[in-house]
Design a protein around this ligand. Sequence first.
Ligand code: MOS
Length: 737
Amino acid sequence: MTRPAAGAPLSRVDGWLKVTGQAAYAAEHDAHGAVRDVAHGVIVTSTAGRGRINGIDTRAAGALPGVLTVISHLNAPKLPYQPFRGMPDPAAGGGERLRVFQDDRVRFFGQPVAVVVAETLEAARHAAALVRIGYDGEPPATDLTSPAGPPNKPENYQRGDVETALRQAHTRLTRTYRLPREQHHPMETHATIAHWNGDRLTLWDKTQNVLNTRADLAAVFGIPPESIRVISPFVGGAFGSALRAWPHVTIAALAARQVRRPVKVVLTREQMFTGTGHRPVTDYTLTLAAGQDGRLTAAVHDISAATSTYEDYRESLTVQGRMLYATSNVRQTYRSIPLDISTPTYMRGPGAATAAFAIECAMDELAHELGIDPIDLRLRNEPGQDPSTGAPFSTRRLRECLRIGSRTVGWGDRDPEPRSAHDGNWLLGTGVAVASYHTLRAPAQALARIDADGNAIVQCATSDMGPGTYTSMTQVAADALGLPMAGVRFQLGDSTMPQSPPHGGSLTMASVGSAVQDTCDKLRLQAIRLAVEDPGSPLHGASANDVAVENGRLHLRDDPERGETYRQLLARADLSHLETPGGYTPGDEVERFSTHAYGAVFAQVAVDESLGLVRIRRVLGVYDAGRVINPKLAESQAIGGMVGGIGMALLEHAVTDPRDGRIVNANLADYLVPVNADVPDVNAIYLRGDDRTADPIGVKGLGEVVIVGVAPAIANAVFHATGRRIRSLPITIEALL
Ligand code: MOS
């Protein structure tokens, strides 16, 4: 038997293309020869945070050599935004986000207000700096406490009798936790090249969802989705920022139509702060009530999170509050607060990472107040079934995660008393937090083909923003087809390929992986049937069930000598290829089972007593994510997520100037992210196993859960080290002094 590819710690199949510069990213398709004669668009953004444009002077810009046009609301064509028949509006209000240059209104600082198109990037940048724009500005509303307009309809949830439970509780605590605005900041900035051929539009775009970009742009221009092709074979990181189309995609397409040639728009790092979403500012007030034994009797979650005035963005802020701990009495209110800002969006562990910070810090506070060990407190509140639905958990191995993690970090030796451990001038602390992320699945399709040379191509319109989709799908396909890894090419990132859900929410492996497996199983069986029915085949007359395929060769399980290769089979049948579509549609497992990925995160920190400086010494995550298709990629995902969590805890904060809505630190020198020196010892352990009710391939998703729980584990470690409870992220030196 050859060893299965799935489960093996294989290196990325596209790694070589990436390190040799052969992988074409969105802004590079002209350099790679896919499109010629590209003009450059540079976006001019608003320097007012709210108000109206009262004049635009483009004379100096237009007079520069090489400038082709300047487009603004003064001369832009009207854009309809008609979600095409049957196409869902991907985000209610997406029209407002994408219908650029339609009026003189300024909705946020950094809003695109004009684009300069020129022969060269240099000319376009120079000209963009010469565009003069006047504003009738008003002070923008940028703070949760003073919204820009009437509040959106809150999301409410209630179970049990909260009031009575609160009244009768032995212990009650109410705390407010605050998360700042955080920015995704993938290495590759967002970029789009747009090219019209008559009424047909091709977009080379950085996106986690070619089909969404296609649907959005079809709506913007009022054309059928079939007349748009979106191509996105490589994505240099995204973390959610590329789940939606943003204004610059419209701008590239609009400009290309205007100048009648392809136009490329690349956002600057500064424009990324307001141009591609962010994790919303969130205030999370949590009341926990418990008995003396630590059992939770009630929880009240009062959540306010920022959105824009033109879209009601919401994320999964309420999931954990309903299901993480056994509590009969729960009330939740989630308000999205309209502000004069650009619309927030999904950012790694969206909602869950935020909620976990509040819930897991509050659990630590409760443990301290009751004098119960924080791990013990969690075990005492471990539910036997989903407390919100009563459904059984498909798998839930949180106890194991906690046990393995506590053993690995030596939790038993920890003195629970804050400020009890020292290393010279450093106060040492160890903290724990629990993580969960709901397993999402969505319908996906794939196409698989075996060519006359015996090699296979498998396609799906999904994306690979970094987790290694190319590699993990190749592994699944190789096993199902009985081919070596080198015999399978997996292709993605093209809207002409079979339908895929968004590459986000940790649903790609579960959904696309299951579709790939189904498709490749069907293709293998098709080949086997062809052989057993073919009188010329050595397998003629055998039962299809008795035939296996290994290394591209079909053979009888009981008599491996008897067989032939795909290549021989196709040659004799005179076929250029064998091809089959397939797919995956989630069943009702979602209703019958409660399916989530889990984790226990342990952090050890040292805090300089006189300087307030926090240094991470160690982060360990122990994860129950179901089956792991590629341990090497999974570890890489976990390290990335934990580094993101360190950023959340200690560094990341986009600061808004309340006077005009400007992001004060809109660059990577002032918006801090962890560097190697901030990340000494980060490790992940995945429990072996699978979840056969989650989806056909047994995975629960792991890209999101690995960031969840990191920030509260660190905050709890800082409390253990210092006795100081910091409830506003990031935990800065100033906060600790
Ligand atoms: Mo992830 S925030 O769903 O890209």
